[in-house]
Design a binder for this molecule. Structure first.
Ligand code: COA
Length: 331
Protein backbone atom coordinates (compact mmCIF):
# COMPACT_ATOMS: atom_id res chain seq x y z
CA UNK A 1 0.00 0.00 0.00
CA UNK A 2 1.35 3.37 -0.91
CA UNK A 3 -0.13 6.84 -0.97
CA UNK A 4 0.38 10.51 -0.42
CA UNK A 5 -1.46 12.83 1.95
CA UNK A 6 -4.73 14.20 0.63
CA UNK A 7 -4.79 17.78 -0.59
CA UNK A 8 -6.05 19.98 2.25
CA UNK A 9 -5.74 17.25 4.89
CA UNK A 10 -2.65 18.21 6.86
CA UNK A 11 -2.16 16.02 9.90
CA UNK A 12 0.93 16.18 12.05
CA UNK A 13 2.54 14.98 15.25
CA UNK A 14 1.87 17.62 17.90
CA UNK A 15 3.04 15.78 20.99
CA UNK A 16 5.67 13.16 21.74
CA UNK A 17 6.59 11.20 24.86
CA UNK A 18 8.49 8.07 25.80
CA UNK A 19 9.18 5.83 28.76
CA UNK A 20 11.50 2.93 29.49
CA UNK A 21 11.58 0.71 32.59
CA UNK A 22 14.13 1.63 35.25
CA UNK A 23 16.18 -1.58 35.26
CA UNK A 24 19.21 -1.45 32.95
CA UNK A 25 20.52 -4.85 31.84
CA UNK A 26 24.01 -4.72 30.35
CA UNK A 27 25.37 -7.37 28.01
CA UNK A 28 27.59 -8.86 30.73
CA UNK A 29 24.53 -9.64 32.84
CA UNK A 30 23.04 -11.72 30.00
CA UNK A 31 26.06 -14.02 30.08
CA UNK A 32 24.67 -15.26 33.41
CA UNK A 33 21.72 -16.74 31.51
CA UNK A 34 23.23 -17.82 28.17
CA UNK A 35 26.62 -18.46 26.63
CA UNK A 36 27.40 -15.06 25.16
CA UNK A 37 29.68 -12.09 25.66
CA UNK A 38 29.58 -8.31 25.60
CA UNK A 39 32.08 -8.43 22.75
CA UNK A 40 29.92 -10.73 20.57
CA UNK A 41 26.74 -8.75 21.18
CA UNK A 42 28.35 -5.38 20.48
CA UNK A 43 30.17 -6.59 17.37
CA UNK A 44 27.12 -8.33 15.82
CA UNK A 45 24.37 -5.95 16.92
CA UNK A 46 25.79 -2.70 18.36
CA UNK A 47 23.70 -3.24 21.51
CA UNK A 48 25.32 -2.40 24.86
CA UNK A 49 22.35 -2.49 27.19
CA UNK A 50 18.56 -2.64 27.28
CA UNK A 51 15.78 -1.91 29.79
CA UNK A 52 13.80 -4.72 31.34
CA UNK A 53 10.42 -4.23 33.03
CA UNK A 54 9.85 -5.14 36.67
CA UNK A 55 7.59 -8.10 37.38
CA UNK A 56 4.91 -5.75 38.66
CA UNK A 57 4.84 -3.74 35.41
CA UNK A 58 2.57 -4.42 32.44
CA UNK A 59 2.69 -2.61 29.11
CA UNK A 60 0.03 -0.08 30.14
CA UNK A 61 2.16 0.92 33.17
CA UNK A 62 5.12 1.73 30.94
CA UNK A 63 2.97 3.33 28.24
CA UNK A 64 0.99 5.57 30.60
CA UNK A 65 3.78 8.08 31.39
CA UNK A 66 4.72 8.16 27.67
CA UNK A 67 1.09 8.91 26.77
CA UNK A 68 0.82 11.59 29.47
CA UNK A 69 4.01 13.27 28.25
CA UNK A 70 2.75 13.27 24.64
CA UNK A 71 -0.58 14.79 25.71
CA UNK A 72 1.15 17.43 27.86
CA UNK A 73 3.39 18.43 24.96
CA UNK A 74 0.35 18.80 22.71
CA UNK A 75 -1.39 20.85 25.43
CA UNK A 76 -4.23 18.32 25.63
CA UNK A 77 -6.07 16.31 28.28
CA UNK A 78 -6.99 12.66 27.92
CA UNK A 79 -10.60 13.75 27.44
CA UNK A 80 -9.62 15.58 24.21
CA UNK A 81 -8.66 12.29 22.53
CA UNK A 82 -11.25 10.47 20.40
CA UNK A 83 -8.99 7.77 18.97
CA UNK A 84 -6.39 5.72 20.86
CA UNK A 85 -4.37 2.99 19.15
CA UNK A 86 -1.78 0.88 20.94
CA UNK A 87 0.65 -0.90 18.63
CA UNK A 88 2.01 -3.91 20.49
CA UNK A 89 2.51 -7.67 20.49
CA UNK A 90 2.71 -7.74 24.29
CA UNK A 91 -0.55 -6.17 25.50
CA UNK A 92 -1.40 -6.41 29.21
CA UNK A 93 -3.68 -9.32 28.17
CA UNK A 94 -5.55 -10.44 25.04
CA UNK A 95 -8.60 -8.48 26.18
CA UNK A 96 -9.58 -5.95 27.28
CA UNK A 97 -7.25 -4.21 24.88
CA UNK A 98 -4.40 -2.17 26.30
CA UNK A 99 -5.89 0.67 24.24
CA UNK A 100 -9.10 0.49 26.30
CA UNK A 101 -7.14 0.16 29.56
CA UNK A 102 -5.04 3.21 28.71
CA UNK A 103 -8.04 5.23 27.54
CA UNK A 104 -9.65 4.61 30.92
CA UNK A 105 -6.51 5.57 32.85
CA UNK A 106 -6.11 8.75 30.78
CA UNK A 107 -9.76 9.80 31.01
CA UNK A 108 -10.25 9.45 27.24
CA UNK A 109 -13.93 8.72 27.79
CA UNK A 110 -15.74 7.34 24.75
CA UNK A 111 -12.62 7.38 22.57
CA UNK A 112 -12.33 4.53 20.08
CA UNK A 113 -9.56 2.46 21.65
CA UNK A 114 -7.92 -0.74 20.47
CA UNK A 115 -4.66 -2.63 19.94
CA UNK A 116 -2.92 -3.19 16.64
CA UNK A 117 -0.53 -6.07 16.12
CA UNK A 118 2.11 -5.95 13.43
CA UNK A 119 5.32 -6.83 15.27
CA UNK A 120 8.04 -4.21 15.17
CA UNK A 121 6.18 -2.44 12.31
CA UNK A 122 3.13 -1.88 14.51
CA UNK A 123 3.79 1.79 15.20
CA UNK A 124 4.12 2.60 11.49
CA UNK A 125 0.82 0.85 10.71
CA UNK A 126 -0.84 2.64 13.64
CA UNK A 127 0.21 6.15 12.63
CA UNK A 128 -0.88 5.49 9.03
CA UNK A 129 -4.26 4.29 10.29
CA UNK A 130 -4.66 7.27 12.64
CA UNK A 131 -3.67 9.60 9.79
CA UNK A 132 -6.36 8.06 7.59
CA UNK A 133 -9.07 8.41 10.24
CA UNK A 134 -8.14 12.04 10.93
CA UNK A 135 -7.87 12.93 7.23
CA UNK A 136 -11.28 11.35 6.61
CA UNK A 137 -12.82 13.38 9.44
CA UNK A 138 -13.66 10.28 11.47
CA UNK A 139 -11.55 11.40 14.43
CA UNK A 140 -10.15 14.76 15.50
CA UNK A 141 -7.31 13.99 17.91
CA UNK A 142 -5.51 10.67 18.07
CA UNK A 143 -3.07 9.21 20.55
CA UNK A 144 -0.88 6.51 19.04
CA UNK A 145 1.24 4.42 21.39
CA UNK A 146 3.95 2.00 20.31
CA UNK A 147 5.34 -0.20 23.01
CA UNK A 148 6.34 -3.69 23.98
CA UNK A 149 7.66 -5.68 26.92
CA UNK A 150 9.33 -8.30 24.76
CA UNK A 151 11.26 -9.56 27.79
CA UNK A 152 7.99 -11.32 28.73
CA UNK A 153 7.93 -13.51 25.62
CA UNK A 154 11.64 -14.21 25.21
CA UNK A 155 13.19 -17.56 26.00
CA UNK A 156 15.79 -16.54 28.56
CA UNK A 157 17.85 -19.60 27.63
CA UNK A 158 17.96 -18.82 23.87
CA UNK A 159 20.98 -16.66 23.09
CA UNK A 160 19.93 -16.08 19.50
CA UNK A 161 16.99 -13.90 20.61
CA UNK A 162 17.63 -12.95 24.25
CA UNK A 163 20.44 -10.51 23.48
CA UNK A 164 18.51 -8.54 20.86
CA UNK A 165 15.41 -7.17 22.56
CA UNK A 166 14.40 -4.75 25.30
CA UNK A 167 11.32 -3.09 26.81
CA UNK A 168 9.97 0.43 26.24
CA UNK A 169 7.18 2.58 24.86
CA UNK A 170 6.59 5.86 23.09
CA UNK A 171 3.50 7.87 22.25
CA UNK A 172 2.52 10.56 19.78
CA UNK A 173 -0.50 12.84 19.42
CA UNK A 174 -1.80 13.37 15.87
CA UNK A 175 -3.90 16.43 15.01
CA UNK A 176 -4.86 18.50 11.99
CA UNK A 177 -2.40 21.31 11.29
CA UNK A 178 -2.51 24.30 8.92
CA UNK A 179 0.26 22.83 6.73
CA UNK A 180 3.12 20.34 6.70
CA UNK A 181 2.73 17.09 8.59
CA UNK A 182 2.48 13.65 6.97
CA UNK A 183 3.30 13.59 3.27
CA UNK A 184 2.95 9.89 2.50
CA UNK A 185 3.11 6.28 3.63
CA UNK A 186 4.23 2.94 2.24
CA UNK A 187 3.21 -0.23 4.09
CA UNK A 188 3.38 -3.91 3.24
CA UNK A 189 3.58 -7.49 4.45
CA UNK A 190 4.90 -10.81 3.19
CA UNK A 191 3.22 -13.62 5.11
CA UNK A 192 5.28 -16.21 3.24
CA UNK A 193 8.25 -15.24 5.40
CA UNK A 194 6.19 -15.12 8.60
CA UNK A 195 7.72 -18.23 10.16
CA UNK A 196 11.15 -16.58 10.24
CA UNK A 197 9.97 -14.55 13.25
CA UNK A 198 7.08 -15.97 15.20
CA UNK A 199 5.45 -16.78 18.52
CA UNK A 200 3.91 -20.24 18.33
CA UNK A 201 1.19 -21.05 20.86
CA UNK A 202 0.14 -17.44 21.34
CA UNK A 203 -3.22 -17.73 19.61
CA UNK A 204 -5.86 -20.16 18.37
CA UNK A 205 -3.48 -22.43 16.41
CA UNK A 206 -2.70 -25.46 18.60
CA UNK A 207 0.87 -26.77 18.69
CA UNK A 208 2.00 -29.87 20.57
CA UNK A 209 5.22 -28.33 21.75
CA UNK A 210 4.64 -24.56 21.76
CA UNK A 211 6.42 -22.82 24.60
CA UNK A 212 5.08 -19.32 23.79
CA UNK A 213 8.53 -17.87 23.23
CA UNK A 214 9.84 -15.84 20.29
CA UNK A 215 11.47 -18.00 17.59
CA UNK A 216 13.64 -16.42 14.94
CA UNK A 217 15.72 -17.30 11.94
CA UNK A 218 18.18 -14.45 12.41
CA UNK A 219 19.90 -14.70 9.05
CA UNK A 220 16.65 -14.67 7.06
CA UNK A 221 15.30 -11.75 9.07
CA UNK A 222 18.59 -9.91 8.54
CA UNK A 223 18.32 -10.35 4.76
CA UNK A 224 14.67 -9.28 4.76
CA UNK A 225 15.42 -6.24 6.95
CA UNK A 226 18.27 -4.92 4.83
CA UNK A 227 16.14 -5.32 1.71
CA UNK A 228 12.88 -3.71 2.89
CA UNK A 229 14.39 -0.84 4.84
CA UNK A 230 15.95 0.43 1.64
CA UNK A 231 13.12 -0.37 -0.75
CA UNK A 232 10.29 0.99 1.40
CA UNK A 233 12.17 4.25 2.05
CA UNK A 234 12.95 4.70 -1.63
CA UNK A 235 9.33 3.97 -2.60
CA UNK A 236 7.78 6.49 -0.22
CA UNK A 237 10.31 9.16 -1.18
CA UNK A 238 9.65 8.64 -4.89
CA UNK A 239 5.87 8.73 -4.41
CA UNK A 240 6.16 11.99 -2.45
CA UNK A 241 8.45 13.54 -5.07
CA UNK A 242 11.37 13.75 -2.64
CA UNK A 243 14.90 12.40 -2.71
CA UNK A 244 17.12 11.09 0.06
CA UNK A 245 19.05 14.38 -0.07
CA UNK A 246 15.90 16.17 1.12
CA UNK A 247 15.70 14.05 4.28
CA UNK A 248 16.96 15.83 7.40
CA UNK A 249 16.30 13.10 9.94
CA UNK A 250 16.21 9.36 9.18
CA UNK A 251 14.65 7.09 11.79
CA UNK A 252 15.07 3.41 10.91
CA UNK A 253 13.74 0.60 13.09
CA UNK A 254 16.28 -0.01 15.84
CA UNK A 255 16.96 -3.74 15.48
CA UNK A 256 20.67 -3.98 14.86
CA UNK A 257 23.29 -1.35 14.11
CA UNK A 258 24.61 -3.44 11.19
CA UNK A 259 21.16 -3.42 9.54
CA UNK A 260 20.93 0.36 10.06
CA UNK A 261 24.42 0.95 8.65
CA UNK A 262 23.60 -1.18 5.61
CA UNK A 263 20.40 0.80 4.92
CA UNK A 264 22.15 4.12 5.52
CA UNK A 265 24.87 3.24 3.02
CA UNK A 266 22.50 1.90 0.37
CA UNK A 267 20.20 4.90 0.69
CA UNK A 268 23.17 7.24 0.59
CA UNK A 269 22.21 9.31 3.60
CA UNK A 270 24.96 10.92 5.71
CA UNK A 271 25.36 9.19 9.08
CA UNK A 272 24.82 12.45 11.03
CA UNK A 273 21.20 12.47 9.80
CA UNK A 274 20.52 8.97 11.15
CA UNK A 275 19.05 8.39 14.62
CA UNK A 276 20.53 5.41 16.48
CA UNK A 277 19.68 4.37 20.04
CA UNK A 278 19.72 0.57 19.68
CA UNK A 279 22.97 0.63 21.72
CA UNK A 280 21.00 1.80 24.80
CA UNK A 281 17.62 0.09 24.36
CA UNK A 282 18.09 -2.92 22.08
CA UNK A 283 15.14 -3.69 19.83
CA UNK A 284 12.00 -2.48 21.64
CA UNK A 285 9.68 -3.69 18.85
CA UNK A 286 6.69 -1.33 18.54
CA UNK A 287 8.48 1.10 20.87
CA UNK A 288 11.50 1.45 18.63
CA UNK A 289 10.47 4.26 16.25
CA UNK A 290 8.73 6.49 18.83
CA UNK A 291 11.65 6.08 21.27
CA UNK A 292 14.02 7.12 18.49
CA UNK A 293 11.76 10.08 17.61
CA UNK A 294 11.91 11.17 21.25
CA UNK A 295 15.71 10.92 21.18
CA UNK A 296 15.88 13.02 18.02
CA UNK A 297 13.70 15.61 19.68
CA UNK A 298 15.81 15.58 22.83
CA UNK A 299 18.98 16.28 20.85
CA UNK A 300 17.32 19.18 18.98
CA UNK A 301 17.03 17.56 15.55
CA UNK A 302 13.24 17.71 15.23
CA UNK A 303 12.44 21.30 14.32
CA UNK A 304 9.62 22.78 12.25
CA UNK A 305 10.28 22.37 8.53
CA UNK A 306 12.57 19.35 8.90
CA UNK A 307 11.81 16.37 6.68
CA UNK A 308 11.69 13.17 8.72
CA UNK A 309 11.74 9.68 7.20
CA UNK A 310 10.75 6.72 9.39
CA UNK A 311 10.88 3.06 8.36
CA UNK A 312 9.91 0.09 10.48
CA UNK A 313 10.04 -3.64 9.75
CA UNK A 314 9.39 -6.81 11.67
CA UNK A 315 7.16 -9.83 12.23
CA UNK A 316 4.63 -10.60 9.52
CA UNK A 317 6.98 -10.21 7.88
CA UNK A 318 5.94 -6.60 7.54
CA UNK A 319 7.30 -3.14 6.92
CA UNK A 320 6.19 0.48 6.78
CA UNK A 321 7.55 3.94 6.02
CA UNK A 322 6.23 7.44 6.62
CA UNK A 323 7.50 10.79 5.45
CA UNK A 324 6.58 13.82 7.56
CA UNK A 325 7.36 17.53 7.40
CA UNK A 326 7.85 18.27 11.10
CA UNK A 327 5.65 21.06 12.43
CA UNK A 328 6.08 21.00 16.21
CA UNK A 329 8.40 23.39 18.03
CA UNK A 330 10.73 21.48 20.39
CA UNK A 331 9.45 21.32 23.97
C1 COA B 1 20.82 -12.48 15.16
C2 COA B 1 22.02 -11.88 14.48
C3 COA B 1 22.59 -10.76 15.35
C4 COA B 1 23.07 -12.97 14.36
O1 COA B 1 24.24 -12.43 13.74
P1 COA B 1 25.03 -13.25 12.64
O2 COA B 1 26.23 -12.47 12.31
O3 COA B 1 24.04 -13.56 11.55
O4 COA B 1 25.43 -14.51 13.43
P2 COA B 1 25.10 -16.05 13.08
O5 COA B 1 23.64 -16.32 13.27
O6 COA B 1 25.73 -16.34 11.74
O7 COA B 1 25.91 -16.78 14.20
C5 COA B 1 27.32 -16.76 14.25
C6 COA B 1 27.76 -17.61 15.40
O8 COA B 1 27.47 -16.93 16.63
C7 COA B 1 26.71 -17.80 17.49
N1 COA B 1 25.80 -16.98 18.29
C8 COA B 1 24.49 -16.69 18.03
N2 COA B 1 24.02 -15.90 19.00
C9 COA B 1 25.03 -15.69 19.86
C10 COA B 1 25.15 -14.93 21.05
N3 COA B 1 24.13 -14.24 21.57
N4 COA B 1 26.34 -14.92 21.69
C11 COA B 1 27.38 -15.60 21.20
N5 COA B 1 27.34 -16.33 20.07
C12 COA B 1 26.17 -16.37 19.42
C13 COA B 1 26.01 -18.74 16.56
O9 COA B 1 25.67 -19.93 17.23
C14 COA B 1 27.06 -18.96 15.49
O10 COA B 1 28.00 -19.89 15.95
P3 COA B 1 28.62 -20.99 14.92
O11 COA B 1 29.36 -20.16 13.90
O12 COA B 1 29.50 -21.77 15.82
O13 COA B 1 27.46 -21.72 14.37
C15 COA B 1 21.69 -11.34 13.07
O14 COA B 1 21.38 -12.41 12.21
C16 COA B 1 20.51 -10.39 13.08
O15 COA B 1 20.59 -9.29 13.61
N6 COA B 1 19.38 -10.78 12.46
C17 COA B 1 18.19 -9.92 12.43
C18 COA B 1 17.45 -10.08 13.74
C19 COA B 1 16.42 -9.03 13.95
O16 COA B 1 16.65 -7.88 13.74
N7 COA B 1 15.23 -9.44 14.43
C20 COA B 1 14.17 -8.57 14.75
C21 COA B 1 13.58 -7.92 13.56
S1 COA B 1 12.27 -6.86 13.99
Amino acid sequence: MIGVAQEGASVSITGLGCQVPERVVRNDELSQYVETSDEWIQERTGIKERRIAAESEALSDVALPAARAALAQAGLEGSDIDLLIVATVTPDMAFPSTGAILADRLGAVDAAAYDLSSGCTGFMYAIAQAYGMLAAGLATRALVVGGDLLSRILDWSDRSTLVLFGDGAGAVVLEATPGGGFLGFELGADGAGGMHLWLPGSGSRIFDDADKHVKMNGREVFKFATRVLVRSAQDVLARCGATIDDVDVYIPHQANVRIIEHATKKLGIPSERVVINVDRYGNTSSGSIPLALADAEADGRLRPGKLVLMTGMGAGLSWGSALIRWTKEAA
